[in-house]
Write a protein that binds this ligand. Structure first.
Ligand SMILES: Nc1ncnc2c1ncn2[C@@H]1O[C@H](COP(=O)(O)OP(=O)(O)OP(=O)(O)O)[C@@H](O)[C@H]1O
Ligand SMILES: [Mg+2]
Length: 215
């Protein structure tokens, strides 16, 4: 298994439990649509899988590596080498141009492939925006840069938090085509949060988060 989430619980300080035994597994090359009401814990689950935050109990293993056993250095290595995230709030680096943002993660991971970054830029319709800064982009353009940056590393596991939420249907379709190409060519596993039935219908499986558990 490329990803196993085993009875994970998470409660933020002072709040009610968010995850209460969430369990999920994925093989390489598999695609899952994750749905659930607003506030059900979808982003929380993605952040835990990406080793950006710590869970309270249970276990998450990415590519055979158990996250609970890792120190900060080990967690940073998992983020750098195995996982890429398309954040719901994009998290672009404001002081870097579009072109620099697209290459940033891949460069850090020492896996920069300029030809692949060019293809991503062109298929996401970003080739005329490469010299701009994120603050001068529309929401949908920023979202496409966030998607491209995550895909540029060809991660083993791509976590995408409502990646087509700000895009029209045609652009959303093109973005999904590109992600599914990556899945086919690189064996990337894709866990994608979406509210769109049309998007979910194109993925292998559907997981639903409610009451802190995945069904
Ligand atoms: N950093 C945080 N500190 C405290 N509470 C948080 C934090 N992040 C999320 N929460 C709370 O955890 C719960 C789950 O939030 P989360 O963002 O995971 O939901 P979501 O399913 O992604 O929702 P949406 O569809 O609106 O994006 C919510 O009640 C939220 O208020
Ligand atoms: Mg969310």
């Amino acid at each position: 298994m490329l990803l196993t989430v085993d009875h994970v619980t998470k409660t933020y300080p002072g709040g009610p439990p968010v995850l209460q035994g969430a369990t999920l597994s994925m093989s390489a090359g598999e695609t899952i649509a994750l749905t659930g009401e607003s506030g059900s814990g979808k982003s929380t689950l993605l952040h835990l899988i990406a080793a950006l935050d710590r869970f309270d109990a249970g276990e998450i293993a990415v590519d055979g590596i158990s996250l609970s056993a890792l120190d900060d250095h080990g967690r940073a290595a998992v983020r750098r080498d195995r996982v890429a995230v398309v954040f719901q709030q994009f998290n672009l680096i404001p002081t870097l141009t579009v072109g620099q943002n697209l290459s940033f993660h891949a460069r850090l991971a020492n896996r920069l492939d300029p030809g692949w970054v060019d293809e991503i830029a062109s298929r996401l319709g970003l080739q005329d925006l490469l010299a701009r800064y994120p603050e001068n982009l529309s929401g949908g353009q920023q979202q496409r840069v966030a998607i491209g940056r995550a895909m540029a590393v060809r991660p083993k596991l791509l976590l995408a938090d409502e990646p087509t939420g700000n895009l029209d249907e045609t652009t959303a379709g093109a973005v999904l085509d590109l992600m599914l190409d990556l899945v086919r060519t690189s064996g990337t596993a894709l866990l994608l949060v979406t509210h769109s039935q049309a998007v979910a219908a194109r993925l292998d499986r559907h997981a639903h988060l409610a009451g802190g558990r995945v069904t």
